[in-house]
Design a protein around this ligand. Sequence first.
Ligand code: DMJ
Length: 490
Amino acid sequence: MHIFRVFSIAAGLVLLASCAGPAQTFTTAQKTKQVEKIRLACRHAWSGYKQYAWGYDALKPISKKGQNWYNVSFLMTPLDAFDTFILMDMKKEAKEAQELIRSKMNFDVDQEVQLFEINIRLMGGLLSTFELSGDKYFLDLAWDLGKRLLSAFNSPTGMPYRFVNLKTGKTRDNISNPAEIGTYLLEFGKLTQLTGDSTFYTVAKKAAFEVYRRRSDIDLVGTLIDVNTGEWKNTECQIGARIDSYFEYLFKAWLLFGDKECYQAWKTHNKAIKKYMLTRVPSGGYFTRVDMKSGKETHPYYGALDAFYAGILALSGDTITAHNIQRGNFYMWTRFNLEPEEFNFRNDSIIYPNYPLRPENLESCFYLYRQTHNKEFLYMGQRMIDDILDKCRTDAGYAEMKNVLTLEKEDAMESFFLAETLKYAYLLFAPESKLDLKKVVFTTEAHALRRTRDEGRGMKDEGRRTIDDFSEDKSRVSQLFFGTPVEILQ
Ligand code: DMJ
């Protein structure tokens, strides 16, 4: 065996042994310290945004400037961060974000946007903000946005185009992927529940199931598909980029709404994923990449995005497989001291060396800890968040890494750092009463949506509720989430 490989395996085993922590203890005081550290980090990132990027989509944490995705700002950072502030009891920051969104958000613009990103960041943010604050303004915004996005689904197959103009409804780009086609079930389903308009869940479900019915004979899907013809353009199956949240939403649509067809579809895929993609090597478990038709390995690559699936498995009750994958996830982190976007898990070579402050590894730690209460996951989470807060910090916020080996920084701070990374890290150490997972499902952007597991009945027109019915519910809505009403936003 190659000497480098022997060294990596040995290093991996040492790391795995050490991650369990001294005598498996993790005291309440240690948890409180972590919680406080993460809240301070959140405040630091928001202060930088406030000072240098107020009103923009995102902060550039090195040059200390604001940055927009398009010609106009859609306030990605404040909207993505709002429910994190609520969870962390950061009332002042929540109010600042809410007022900024209320005063500036406008979707009536002649602007082409990427459907997937707008849905997970903005639509998800608006819906959770509404459910948390009871402020009907946010539901009106979500409804307006939803109607503007609908024309994207007008393709011959019902699978959406990747881009849509918010004013004209003009669409573009028919070569899409399962994630950008199937990640609307939660947001559009919630919009249907809240508005009584079944169109939203109908188009979202049709889109996801148009991918599902094109699965291969061994129940896998590919990476690229033409939404005009339904023809696969790339038949490599992977758990991460371009497919990840398609699998996630089939499972979570069952959790959130009790949709049994979605659960059945997820179970079919999950069986195939475990049969053909789950790979065990000495450093842990990984999902390898395979051809969707033959199940044969194409590339032994794994990365930051792939790490989320351990969390889905944990939520589904398969904690043994999830634990094994989380060992791989943690190895990927400790081997490079911050995880790379992609690496070859058979020889430890890096494919893409960047780390854009992604949450998935911490997210899986959080779900695994909630399911097992094994303190190993607290130690893993502590190591990861401490590395991030230490290595990525700048005067104005936190910067992405261009290269995890050289620690060269990128002048960017994605809004999901506030929406997801800090949120999952915080929830890992915070008292469990902060968030009851029986009452809430997190979207792929970690926006908290109220769980109504009603065997799909909520998706039909009976029991239909208008916005006004719902807005009378204000304090009850908040109580359903966290036990106490959110008072700050009245
Ligand atoms: C987020 O925008 C979402 O979680 C998405 O599904 C993929 N991952 C990024 C963060 O890494």
